[in-house]
Design a protein around this ligand. Structure first.
Ligand SMILES: C[S@@+](CC[C@H](N)C(=O)[O-])C[C@H]1O[C@@H](n2cnc3c(N)ncnc32)[C@H](O)[C@@H]1O
Length: 449
């Protein structure tokens, strides 16, 4: 199962967090076997970029250039040899058996030879031998990260990545639920979730599970509650808690709403007679939003936020939860760190700036815009907000600390202290970012400079 899943990652771009549980289920693998397959498959996927460097040094050629089956088995073998307590003879002989079953009689000799050479060093030895020599490069390699991501994390934190990386990486994140306001209260959800669950500290709706499958809870099955990182809940609540000038008529817009986690929370927090308009460019994502907010005071449309289907200056509050690199949620998607490159960030920031401009255009004078990403990359966070505000005559940054006291960013040189930057190692959430922008009450005209 682990090898087939990794082959699908390499060959078809599969998402492991979706594929692996399905394969385990289909093949009837459970208990300790499923836990072992998951550990070696996720562990390998997280590190395959650096394991390939080790394998290339041991085997004389880059595994990315060989058959996906051979590559997957080599990577799984190297991961077991360097990062688990699986006895080396067992890791090697099972790899040889596996590749024989998958690819016939030719590759087993090669797999055997390369894995024996991997065994010549332990992980520390390989880091010394093949990692870049500078401190950041070596730390990134040792942690199994592409260098550009380590650089981005270091820049956002304003220093070393050592404290942040373990929580961003290997921790199996606790499952957070949101007791959706207006549908169920937190105390009821806590009772349903059992004695291991406890209330989260960042929002009044969050419940942290100690284990088990959230889909077993009736409240989750009925949509009264949903799995949602506490950081996401906090971001949605920021938009609602930010003071707007001249009250709030309850006309709210969620510009990038799919699949609807934050929209469902917003819909439950609307003032009397308020209404949420939830937009997403992707029809299948918009359908998920419709399910998430069904029965509540909201409407869903398929729309490109850059080509507004609504009148300018209409909304009291606007959320733009922008498409982003997802660097803040790497712990949930094992292979994701190797899928993206810095060029993706450059491409995304164009979209992010466009959407944030559109969000400010959509808000009324005195209205509030929240800009959020699930990434701590400064180019996608601070810089987008800086550039959009600099490019307008009608927008000013609000101070998030005045809205949620106690959520100050670490005192780094890089981040804007008025913004919210969450971190797994500090807050137990994904590394979400949010900034609040207020549209000046005296806006007249289009606002873009
Ligand atoms: C980070 S997700 C939003 C998550 C959502 N707010 C939630 O809490 O469930 C970003 C969404 O933006 C949508 N999107 C991307 N480009 C867009 C555009 N130009 N206009 C509107 N939506 C867009 C994507 O389809 C995706 O569903």
């Amino acid at each position: 199962v682990a090898a087939d899943a990794l082959v699908a990652v390499h060959r078809d771009g599969a998402y492991l967090n979706l594929l692996l549980p399905r394969l385990l289920r289909e093949r009837g693998i459970s208990g300790r076997d499923a836990a072992f397959a998951t550990e070696i498959c996720y562990g390998t996927a997280r590190r395959y970029g650096v394991l390939d460097t080790v394998l290339a040094a041991a085997g004389g050629r880059d595994p990315a250039g060989v058959d996906p089956e051979v590559r997957a088995v080599l990577e799984l073998g190297a991961y077991q040899l360097l990062h688990t307590r699986v006895p080396p003879h067992a890791a090697i002989s099972s790899s040889v058996d596996l590749i024989r079953a998958m690819a016939g009689p030719k590759p087993p000799g090669l797999v055997n030879a390369i894995l024996r050479r991997v065994l010549a060093e332990d992980w520390t030895g390989w880091v010394r031998r093949v990692a870049p020599p500078d401190r950041l490069g070596s730390a990134a390699f040792a942690a199994g990260y592409p260098r550009w991501i380590a650089e981005a994390i270091s820049a956002a934190l304003g220093g070393d990545i050592d404290a942040a990386i373990p929580a961003m990486t290997d921790a199996a994140p606790a499952v957070h639920l949101a007791a959706r306001p207006g549908r169920i209260d937190r105390a009821t959800l806590l009772t349903q979730a059992g004695p291991g669950a406890h209330p989260g500290e960042l929002t009044p709706w969050s419940v942290i599970l100690s284990g088990g499958d959230p889909a077993d809870l009736a409240a989750v099955r009925s949509g009264q509650a949903a799995v949602q990182d506490e950081g996401s809940q906090l971001v949605a609540s920021l938009l609602v808690a930010a003071p707007s000038l001249d009250g709030d008529g309850g006309q709210w817009l969620d510009l990038c709403a799919g699949p609807g986690g934050k929209a469902a929370l917003l819909a439950g927090l609307l003032p009397q007679a308020g209404r949420l308009l939830a937009a997403d460019r992707a029809p299948h994502r918009a359908r998920l939003v419709a399910v998430a907010i069904a029965g509540g005071p909201g409407d869903v449309i398929v729309a490109d936020g850059n080509a507004p289907a609504w009148a300018a200056g209409r909304f009291d509050r606007v959320l733009v939860d922008s498409p982003c690199s997802g660097l803040g949620a790497l712990r949930r998607r094992p292979e994701a760190r190797w899928r993206r490159g810095p060029e993706d960030v450059a491409r995304l920031t164009v979209l992010q700036r466009g959407l944030l401009h559109a969000a400010v255009d959509a808000a009324r004078p005195g209205g509030v815009v929240a800009y959020a990403t699930c990434s701590p990359h400064l180019a996608e966070t601070r810089d987008v907000v800086d550039e959009v505000i600099a490019g307008r005559t009608d927008a000013e940054r609000m101070d998030v600390r005045a809205v949620v006291p106690g959520m100050a960013v670490p005192p780094t040189a890089a981040a804007d202290p008025r913004d919210l930057q969450l971190w797994p190692h500090l807050h137990g959430t994904d590394a979400m970012f949010a900034a609040l922008i207020r549209v000046r009450g005296d806006r007249s005209g289009p606002g873009r400079a």
